[in-house]
Design a protein around this ligand. Structure first.
Ligand SMILES: [Mg+2]
Length: 357
């Protein structure tokens, strides 16, 4: 599919009608060459194409400015003093792979390893090596060092222009592909109505945290909360008002229960959950109390409620020390029981169940 997109862009380019780039920003080309006159010629050629150019005269300088310049493409001379193009190219590849690793280590997107792996492939800025060394070994060396493509000196300007255009277009398309993948990932994990995590994300996150904390021997808490008499609320005020109610409650949860690794999720119809890794019972109850107060302070009329004039929540809190012998279901069952008890004892209250801790 991507290649057909490339194809259509190629055709548009040849017709000379289409704008060169998908984004409005001017592409930045980082030119590294020790020869001043070559640099001037490269700058001239690239600026004529509408790019912005930053010049450096050796590989070390190239590395030094890379992070701040954030180029869209690097034109890298192979033979330079201080640090040659091959070494510089290797270092640049390392920078992108380190970036990839840190992305993988990010707990926020740990459920999207596949997405990250795809991103990893395309994160690196294209590097076009310019080499006077037209022997097969140097070409191999350039690709081994991580170059995306190469051209030889003396520079054939028409060829260089086309290669630069093609690499920039590819990089742009990969970025769009990443953005689309990210959007799909969001859709798959976010509850459409309230914007908090959905049940799928909840299950996945709870399992991951269960295993992590079993390893670390640290507690895990879970809050399950349910809007009191929500069916009556819907019957009285209508489903659109019910939807707004869910959104407001979700916003309260988001505001009050999103510390560090906490995850707020819509667990079911009018039920929400907060996963609280590395949190003792006292901390979880404290957060549950602030959620309860936060919803009460919304002062949303609920004339059908038997416990208050306003909308209220019942909350079940469970805390445990995860182990490899048990599963995260035990925590969900405990929180569910606590919630049931809160309902049974008259609603608008918090009940805590502590398991083996
Ligand atoms: Mg040189």
């Amino acid at each position: 599919m991507l290649f057909s997109i490339f194809g259509s862009y190629g055709m548009q380019l040849m017709s000379g009608i289409s704008p060169l780039f998908i984004t409005k920003e001017t592409p930045v080309i980082l030119v590294a060459d020790d020869d001043k006159s070559t640099r001037m010629l490269l700058r001239d050629a690239m600026e004529k194409e509408g790019y912005r150019v930053v010049e450096v005269s050796d590989g070390k300088q190239c590395l030094d400015v890379y992070a701040s310049v954030k180029p869209d493409l690097v034109l890298l001379d192979a033979v330079m003093p201080i640090m040659d193009g091959f070494t510089c190219c290797k270092q640049l590849s390392k920078i992108s792979s380190n970036f990839g690793n840190s992305t993988l280590a990010n707990p926020v997107i740990e459920s999207s390893l596949n997405t990250s792996a795809i991103s990893l492939l395309w994160n690196s800025t294209p590097i076009l090596m310019i080499t006077g060394l037209d022997d097969p070994e140097s070409v191999d060396r350039a690709f081994e060092a991580g170059a995306t493509d190469y051209v030889t000196k003396p520079i054939h300007w028409a060829v260089l222009r086309q290669r630069v255009r093609r690499l920039l277009q590819q990089a742009q398309l990969y970025k769009q592909f990443e953005a689309a993948t990210h959007a799909l990932h969001e859709l798959a994990n976010i509850d459409g109505l309230t914007g908090v995590a959905n049940r799928r994300r909840f299950d996945h996150y709870l399992n991951i945290k269960w295993l992590n904390l079993a390893q670390e021997q640290l507690p895990l808490s879970l809050i399950l909360c349910d809007i009191d008499y929500f069916k009556l609320y819907n019957d009285k005020y209508g489903h659109p008002a019910g939807d707004v109610c869910l959104q407001k409650v979700a916003a309260v949860l988001n505001r009050l229960a999103q510390r560090n690794e906490d995850l707020v999720a819509r667990y079911g119809g009018e039920e929400f959950a907060v996963i609280m890794p590395n949190t003792h019972a006292a901390g979880a109850v404290h957060v549950a109390a602030s959620i309860q107060a936060g919803v009460r302070e919304l002062q949303m009329d609920h004339s059908e409620s038997e416990v208050s004039h306003y909308l209220t929540l019942s909350l079940g809190v469970a805390t445990t020390l995860p182990s490899f012998e048990a599963s995260s279901k035990t925590l969900v069952v405990a929180a569910d029981k606590a919630l049931y008890q809160a309902k049974a004892e008259g609603r608008n209250r918090i009940i805590l169940k502590q398991l083996n801790c």
